[in-house]
Design a binder for this molecule. Structure first.
Ligand SMILES: Nc1ncnc2c1ncn2[C@@H]1O[C@H](COP(=O)(O)OP(=O)(O)OP(=O)(O)O)[C@@H](O)[C@H]1O
Ligand SMILES: Cc1ncsc1CCO
Ligand SMILES: [Mg+2]
Length: 265
């Protein structure tokens, strides 16, 4: 795996344009900034073209959209397609709310999305698989998550990153499973949103290799979570959040490379 993309990202400092949600906007901005990218957020549709022009990648988060924001998201995605800037979509809670699923599918029809990053419930809903989601959380189901991720990737012609205890990255055929990470990620609302924007940052560094960029992003983020926990046996989400932000900036490639656990299929 080309983990050295992290150093390239830190050198290039790509601008990542985000449609964020009001819950996690600061996590996303500070997470990108600490890692070595340059975040910018927008809530004004009239600046879309200029915003996309100055950006290297776009992350569209469906966490708390309104009808107005959907118009903005559509325009931003289409503008990014015209400018050949990679687009990442985070389909928050589409497994729990049918209306969200419908909007997400419409956007996927209208925008050429490079990567969909969601949890099991979200990706299962997009794939049309049997699964019970719970709000923004993954929920429960019986299906094989690798197959579900592959189905979603084939259906929408994208790379899919299905995150959770294991992260599954697939283009519909190739599969990488990353075992690194910590359950404390799930105790911090916004871990997933941070990851989606970080995927966009890696895609900006290597737009020709979205699959590689996505699996590197997942691995780097998971290892940084582990470094944030360190050898402490008890840690709560408060300290984890602070340490995560620190490690996003401080963690060096050599530390990240230690103890990588992934398999390819
Ligand atoms: N139990 C776990 N063990 C290890 N890593 C985990 C676990 N749960 C989540 N993660 C990691 O947390 C990060 C966010 O993924 P997650 O699937 O929790 O996103 P999400 O459900 O969209 O989160 P949110 O919407 O609350 O921000 C990923 O890097 C994932 O690998
Ligand atoms: C809690 C929550 N509600 C809508 S978005 C969000 C943050 C996770 O994306
Ligand atoms: Mg999420």
């Amino acid at each position: 795996m080309q983990l050295s993309l992290l150093n390239q990202l830190r050198q290039e400092n790509p601008v990542v344009l985000n449609i964020s949600n009001f819950v996690t906007v600061q996590d996303v901005a500070n997470g990108l900034n600490a890692l070595g990218a340059s975040p910018i957020m927008s809530e004004e549709i009239n600046e879309t073209k200029e915003m996309v022009h100055i950006s290297d990648a776009v992350a569209l988060n469906l966490g708390a959209f309104s009808e107005e924001q959907v118009k903005h998201i559509r325009k931003m995605g289409q503008e990014a397609n015209r400018a050949f800037k990679p687009v990442v979509l985070d389909p928050v809670a589409v497994g729990a709310i049918d209306y969200r699923l419908q909007v997400a599918k419409e956007l996927l029809d209208e925008i050429d999305v490079a990567v969909i990053r969601g949890n099991a419930g979200e990706i299962a809903a997009l794939a049309g698989a049997d699964w019970t989601s719970k709000g923004i959380d993954a929920g429960q189901g019986q299906g094989d998550l690798v197959e579900i991720a592959q189905q979603a990737a084939q259906k929408f012609h994208t790379i899919v990153l299905l995150s959770g205890a294991d992260d599954i990255i697939t283009d519909g055929k190739r599969v990488t499973i990353v075992h690194n990470g910590t359950p404390l990620f799930a105790a911090h609302v916004g871990s997933g949103d941070m990851l989606s924007s970080i995927v966009a940052a890696f895609c900006a560094v290597d737009p020709a290799g979205v699959y590689e960029a996505t699996r590197v992003a997942a691995t780097v983020f998971a290892r940084i979570g582990e470094l944030a926990v360190g050898d402490q046996s008890t840690m709560g989400p408060g300290t984890f959040t602070v340490n995560l932000l620190d490690q996003l900036q401080l963690a060096q490639l050599e530390q990240i490379k230690q103890n990588i656990k992934f398999e390819e299929a």
